[in-house]
Structures are given as structure tokens and as C-alpha cells.
Design a protein. Structure first.
Length: 289
């Protein structure tokens, strides 16, 4: 239909079927069928044949005015999409866990911006289950998460050590290492159930055979560290968060006290060029601390 409308605009400007067909690189019968389709669809005559060519009818003037708007908007749409998909100037839509907002994500974006300054990265900061939902519905193309799904692509980006943070007045604050079993009687500050970090913490506690009482819950690890620094319990967090508000970080004796962060994406169709460029860039570098 858009091609038919574009041809009608050309016919309205030239005023002759034969000359218009030649300018369009098509045959006169093909152009006439195009005109007939539009007139049948709209139920009006767009042109009247005259001895000097084709004259636009009053109804046809309305049709051509609307056709011009539609064709121009379609051209703009194609240009906008081409810009979004350009690997040098397009857009990457990236979702990431809250806990990476001040650590891994700034490091990745700073390095990527240095290599591809014209590419815009649209960011979504959200829990792991929302990242999966956004990937499924196409709201984002890439996700930085701990959750590795069998039906999604996965690129391990960084492995982070987990530590226990305690208040500066804690009985173990002068230690460098602790076993979780020693904290069985302490109150725990952690993320709510359903968060990936919560599952990681619960697995470590189960491994140590302890189940401390939860005093506070927060979805934000920086907030958790601040609550610990204020003396409201202990917490298990990535090492980068230790000491941000005055807490003391203690190494854990468990070898499984780590978390792996990876990029994930849908694989049933190719990534858009800007997202593919971002993925290739991350794959080409080492992001170990």
C-alpha cells in the first residue's frame, strides 16, 4: 500500500501515466493497476483523465495530502530504525542487577564508550526476574545477571568474591577471616526471598549448617552494607561493597563464596548490530579486578 501511495504522489506531480511509469521504472499497466487498487480501497476517484493528462479530483487532493504524510512518516521511520541499528551510532538496551550499579557496570560502560562513543546504551536497573522478563518480551537485548538460563546465551564476565561485613564494633572486627558457623547467633541483613543474591546467601548458610535470624531486608546491597555499618547485623556481600559506609569485611573460609556475573541474551534470532558490537567488545576483554 505504501508503494502504491508513493506512486500516486509521483503521478500527481508528473500528471501523465506514461511519463510517471518511465520515471518509476515500471510499466504503464502496472502503474494503472496500482492506481486502481488505491481507488478501490478508498472508494473514491483520485484522478480524472483529461486530454492533457491526469487531473487530481477534490477527493484525490485529500488522498494525496494524506499519502504524502504517510510516505514521509514511513521514510522517517526507516531512517530512525537504521540509526538505532547502526553499530556506530545505534542503541544498546542493557539491563543489570542493582548490585552492579557502582561496580562492574560503570567499568564496562567507560571502556565501551571509549571505543564506541557514538553508541548509546539505554540502561535498566532491576532484579534478576525482571531482567529475564524484559529479555523475553524484547524490552532489552542484553542482561548482566547471576542467573544462567539454559535457553539463553551466556558469557561469563567477572567472578566476584563474597565476604562477610560486620559492624566496626563487632567481636570479630579485628579478624581477617571467619567461618559462617561462627556467626550463627548474629542477626543477618540480606536481600528479600526471590532475589538471586538471597538464594546465594542461603546456599552458603546451608553449607555452613546455620540459619541466623534475619533482622532487615533490602534489595540494594549498598543499603545492606550501610545497615551493617550502623550495627544492625552482619551480611554477605560482594567484596567491593565492604567498607563503603564503615563496615569491616572478613574473608569467608568457604571456597564457594563467590558469584559469577555474566551477559545473557536471546539466541533464537541475531542481536541487533549495536548489541552485537557490545557483546563482542565485552568478550574481547578481561574484566577481572
Amino acid at each position: 500500500m505504501l508503494r502504491d501511495l508513493a506512486w500516486l504522489l509521483q503521478l500527481g506531480e508528473v500528471g501523465h501515466v506514461t511519463e510517471t511509469a518511465a520515471a518509476l521504472g515500471t510499466s504503464q499497466p502496472t502503474l494503472s493497476r496500482s492506481l486502481a487498487r488505491v481507488e478501490a480501497e478508498l472508494g473514491v476517484r483520485v484522478f480524472e483523465r483529461t486530454p492533457t493528462g491526469m487531473e487530481v479530483t477534490p477527493d484525490g487532493r485529500v488522498v494525496l495530502d494524506a499519502a504524502r504524510d504517510l510516505v514521509v512518516r514511513h521514510q522517517q521511520l526507516r531512517a530512525d530504525l537504521a540509526n538505532r541499528l547502526d553499530p556506530d551510532t545505534g542503541i544498546v538496551r542493557l539491563a543489570f542487577l542493582d548490585s552492579m550499579a557502582t561496580t562492574l557496570v560503570p567499568k564496562l560502560l567507560r571502556a565501551f564508550h571509549a571505543e564506541a562513543p557514538g553508541v548509546k546504551v539505554a540502561l535498566s536497573q532491576e532484579p534478576a526476574h525482571d531482567i529475564r522478563s524484559d529479555l523475553d518480551r524484547g524490552a532489552v537485548e542484553l542482561g548482566l545477571t547471576m542467573d544462567r538460563a539454559a535457553d539463553l546465551g551466556w558469557l561469563a564476565v567477572q567472578r566476584e568474591r563474597l565476604v562477610v561485613v560486620v559492624p566496626p564494633t563487632h567481636r570479630f572486627s579485628d579478624r581477617s577471616r571467619v567461618d559462617l558457623a561462627e556467626l550463627a547467633d548474629d542477626e543477618l541483613v540480606t536481600t528479600p526471598p526471590g532475589f538471586g543474591h538471597s538464594a546465594l546467601v542461603q546456599a552458603l548458610l546451608a553449607e555452613a549448617g546455620v540459619s541466623p535470624r534475619v533482622s532487615f531486608e533490602s534489595a540494594d546491597l549498598a543499603t545492606i552494607e550501610g545497615l551493617v555499618a550502623a550495627g544492625l547485623g552482619v551480611a554477605i556481600v560482594p567484596e567491593a561493597f565492604a567498607g563503603q559506609s564503615g563496615s569491616v569485611g572478613l574473608a569467608l573460609s568457604s571456597p564457594s563464596a563467590t558469584r559469577t556475573i555474566g551477559l545473557t541474551w536471546r539466541t533464537e534470532r541475531p542481536l541487533a548490530p549495536p548489541a552485537e558490537r557490545f557483546l563482542a567488545f565485552v568478550r574481547s576483554r578481561s574484566w577481572a579486578d
